[in-house]
Design a protein around this ligand. Structure first.
Ligand code: HEM
Length: 214
């Protein structure tokens, strides 16, 4: 059978190596990475704000901000590889095209920001001539040459992209709750617990399993 025959038009995969049938939920790795990174990113946004607004907390928060940010960079690489190798569950077939577009665009924007924020932080400290300290004095190498003008550009980019990330996370959260509480479809459950919840879809799930076993 054609590998793409079961993929609904509104959620054609960007890249995948799995064959049919469509998955009903995100795989375990995707779910663990999603919720752990959600906590880490929210923590980073508040730690960042705390760092620039409190002199007394600044040293402790900076020493948390740098390793946590680099951990996010490493995890997003794993997450992207997992995302490209495992097709996500399809969005509901009756979702309006504009919402499908908004969902896809915001997901890729989140990926872009998860890469950009730590990389810009690392570049910013490198061009500023500051060490990027991980733990026990261990520092990462500089990834760009010292340059005060470029430092100013990266410093400002780090702030503006943090604001964009915060806004995108809030919209993402609002959309997730809209699916869970207003539309009451299985989008939230596919990431929350990995199981479909509503009766209609449970029936479809059973049929789906039967046809997959045939
Ligand atoms: C997902 C990753 C990251 C997020 C969400 C994040 C977020 C933030 C936020 C919200 C601020 C405050 C910005 C402001 O008010 O102007 C900030 C500042 C800062 N961040 Fe990050 N950051 C991340 C990664 C990193 C990394 C990896 C580094 C370094 C290796 C870094 C270094 C810094 C520095 C040095 C400051 C400014 C301190 C200052 O000039 O007072 N950040 N970050």
């Amino acid at each position: 059978m054609n590998d793409t025959a079961n993929v609904p038009e509104n959620h054609a995969p960007l890249n995948h190596v799995e064959s049919c049938p469509d998955p009903r939920h995100f795989n375990f790795t995707a779910r663990v990475l999603h919720w752990s990174m959600a906590l880490m990113i929210l923590a980073m946004l508040f730690v960042g704000i705390g760092m620039v607004s409190s002199l007394s907390l600044r040293p402790a928060l900076i020493s948390l901000h740098q390793p946590l940010g680099i951990a996010i960079l490493l995890l997003v690489i794993v997450r992207l590889i997992n995302r490209l190798r495992h097709r996500p569950p399809p969005l509901p077939a009756d979702l309006p095209a504009v919402q499908v577009f908004a969902a896809k665009a915001s997901h890729w924007l989140l990926y872009a920001l998860m890469f950009a924020m730590p990389l810009i932080g690392w570049c910013m400290l490198s061009v500023g001539g500051y060490p990027v300290t991980m733990f026990n004095g261990f520092a990462l190498p500089a990834i760009a040459p010292h340059n005060a003008t470029v430092y100013a550009v990266f410093r400002s980019a780090h702030t503006w992209l943090a604001l964009l990330l915060f806004a995108t996370v809030l919209m993402h959260l609002a959309a997730a709750l809209f699916h869970a509480w207003v539309r009451r479809d299985d989008v939230f459950a596919s990431m929350a617990r990995g199981y479909v919840t509503n009766a209609k879809t449970l029936g479809e799930e059973k049929e789906h399993e039967n046809s997959a076993n045939e």
